[in-house]
Design a protein around this ligand. Structure first.
Ligand SMILES: [Zn+2]
Length: 642
């Protein structure tokens, strides 16, 4: 007999002390439960393999519950003491994870299980679990295990140094007030001249992004962009060399030919050399589109500078903006009048509800961490299958980007999936790119909930290979670009629906530069791959070489962009993943009828075959099951050529 699983009960009082107690208890209790279950598993392993796996699954559910609460509330709770308590929980989770991964006694118990008695899903769980253990080095001798732990600790410190050198090395240029010509008025007002009569412009995003896009003064733009691409230099050049050395040694100790092979083993792409092939393939596919749009930029530059023969990073953003404004006329001020926040939120729920056959029932009496959070129970075919929370506006101390977080990962008969969208949108009228971001992040949330009906927590929700994770969310962005879909909710104050011609113009403006953007992305992907595979004593020289090969824009003299390319640390050799997901997103989208994006049959097949299985099968198999054939690059290539 099973009882209906409940949603998480959060503290009713939104004041600090209750929450502090709750977050601490949830973290401590679940971690203690995990330790007890692991001790039991080691002390008296069940005789049946399936019972041992269930015990391991229970331990994993406990650690996952602690991890969700720790990482979510550390970023989002309005009370600082609660955020700090949650951070401690997250650190304890990480420590326990490392300890378990290097515990030979635990590994011996799981490695001794007889796979012959297990069904396919349990077999997959066992195989994946043992692989995780081997990848942390549990089966190596004691000296090697000690060295691996040392390398992992050293790697963590180096990562912290790398980000700190980027964060703290803010640079600036000083320009005369007339050099601000072209900048938005509110920006100019926020940047008065100092005692020397000069205005300081920093390399922080709120300065550098508008400045390189709008400032008419070419010399000032060049000076700032050059400083921007030199952040972290020279300190981070050595830090990077040390990070690469740690990763090379780790991969070698674990028996891999390169770090890229180690990292790619658990991704769809499978092996390191396939990354290089993928980069070259996208480079070829985007060549025509890149050349076409670059020619438009250069031609526009030559109107201002007739002797120009090429265009580089100091001018690209500025001329792309000019081309969009002069040749693809879209009035952003007009666009936003069609997207009042409340209508967009209602529209998003209606659109996704219709598409996936889901009901969203507002839960007005459920306690949350902030009054602006909206909570809904998710219904599917008359059953409650999970709960979502939308936390969509900025406030002090809250996570600054847009992301989906887990609160609870779904396990059949045990706990319902519960997820949160955390964004920082305008409360009044939204920009269209905010609407696109909302659909994107909602794609992750729907994946988390629909994929949350699993026996094994290891496969629950967004538990697919890392280079596939973005595909469902990138695909859902398409609905935010479709005139018929937008017509269901995008209305201005006069009640007029957004015109289809305006949506088409928005799309054209957005599409401009997609080819050369792909080439820039492939240059970054090549940096991330090459640096991890080929040892070199001059990173800047290698960067120049790769830029010549992959980017369509020339190197900017005197810059060392690798030193502030944060993803070299976070993504390591796998920066290609975003583009890889996009190729598959375009292919999956090709199965939909563009004239009727609500076709329930296609959307239902996608829900059941791609989202519902979570990580139970390889992503390539899920996609093949949905498309009726293996995925190809055709739809992506067609989109580039459009
Ligand atoms: Zn995403």
């Amino acid at each position: 007999m099973t009882t209906e699983p409940m949603s998480l009960t959060l503290p009713t009082d939104d004041s600090g002390p209750d929450w502090l107690e709750w977050v601490g208890r949830r973290g401590d209790d679940e971690l203690a439960r995990c330790r007890t279950l692991v001790d039991e598993l080691k002390a008296s392993p069940p005789t049946e393999a399936i019972d041992a796996l269930r015990l391991w699954n229970d331990a994993q559910i406990a650690v996952s519950n602690a991890a969700s609460v720790g990482s979510f509330f550390a970023e989002v709770h309005p009370d600082k003491t609660v955020r700090e308590r949650a951070e401690t929980v997250a650190q304890e989770v990480q420590k326990l994870d490392t300890d378990l991964g290097l515990d030979p006694e635990l590994y011996a118990v799981l490695a001794a299980l007889d796979p012959a008695t297990l069904d396919a899903a349990a077999n997959r769980l066992l195989e994946r679990t043992l692989r995780d253990f081997r990848r942390s080095g549990v089966d190596r001798d004691e000296a090697t295990r000690a060295r691996l732990r040392e390398l992992s600790e050293k790697g963590l410190l180096l990562s912290q140094d790398f980000s700190k050198n980027i964060r703290e090395n803010v640079r600036s240029v000083h320009v005369r007030p007339e050099q601000l010509d072209g900048m938005p008025q509110d920006w100019i007002e926020a940047h008065p001249a100092g005692d020397d009569g000069l205005v300081t412009v920093t390399t922080d995003y709120p300065d550098v992004v508008p400045f390189r896009t709008f400032a008419k003064d070419a010399a000032a733009r060049r000076e700032l962009v050059t400083q921007f691409l030199t952040i972290g230099w020279p300190a981070n050049d050595q830090v990077l060399q040390d990070i690469f050395a740690v990763r090379r040694e780790t991969a070698a100790l674990l028996g891999y030919a390169s770090w890229a092979d180690y990292d790619a083993e658990v991704k769809m792409i499978g092996k390191g050399t396939a990354i290089a092939e993928f980069i070259d393939r996208i480079t070829d596919l985007s060549a025509d589109s890149a050349a076409r749009d670059k020619a438009v930029l250069l031609e526009r530059l030559q109107q201002d500078r007739p002797d120009a023969t090429d265009i580089d990073g100091a001018d690209v953003a500025y001329y792309a903006e000019l081309v969009r404004k002069e040749q693809l006329a879209v009035d952003a001020q007009r666009v936003r009048t069609y997207f009042p926040f409340e209508s967009v939120r209602r529209g998003l729920l209606e659109v996704t509800g219709r598409l996936f056959g889901l009901d969203w029932t507002p839960v007005t009496d459920a306690p949350t961490w902030h009054p602006e959070v909206a909570t809904y129970d998710v219904g599917f075919q008359g059953r409650r299958i999970g709960r979502i929370h939308l936390d969509l506006h900025p406030r002090d101390g809250k996570y600054k980007h847009a992301a989906q977080f887990d609160l609870v990962r779904g396990v059949r008969g045990v706990q319902l999936p519960e997820g949160v969208l955390v964004c920082n949108f305008n409360r009044g009228l939204m920009e269209h790119d905010e609407v696109v971001t909302l659909f994107h992040e909602f794609g992750h949330l729907v994946h988390h909930v629909i994929g949350g009906d699993q026996e094994w927590v290891r496969f629950s929700g967004v538990a697919t290979e890392w280079d596939f994770v973005e595909a469902p969310s990138q695909m859902l962005e398409e609905w935010a670009w479709d005139a018929d879909v937008l017509a269901t909710f995008a209305r201005n104050a006069e009640g007029e629906v957004i015109p289809a011609e305006l949506v088409a113009a928005m799309r054209r403006a957005d599409d401009f530069g997609k080819g050369y953007d792909a080439r820039t992305q492939m240059f970054y992907a090549a940096l991330s791959y090459d640096f991890h595979v080929n040892e070199t004593d001059d990173l800047t020289a290698r960067l120049r070489e790769l830029m010549r090969r992959y980017s369509v824009f020339p190197y900017l003299e005197g810059t060392h962009m690798q030193c502030h390319f944060g993803h070299l640390d976070g993504y390591s050799s796998g920066y290609y993943t975003y583009m890889w997901s996009l190729v598959i997103a375009k292919d999956m989208f090709s199965a939909f009828d563009r004239a009727n994006l609500f076709d329930p049959e296609i959307a239902g097949a996608y829900r059941d075959k791609v989202l519902a299985p979570g990580g139970r099968r390889d992503a390539a198999d899920l996609v093949e099951d949905f498309l009726g054939r293996p995925y190809t690059f055709d739809a992506y290539a067609a989109w580039l050529a459009e």
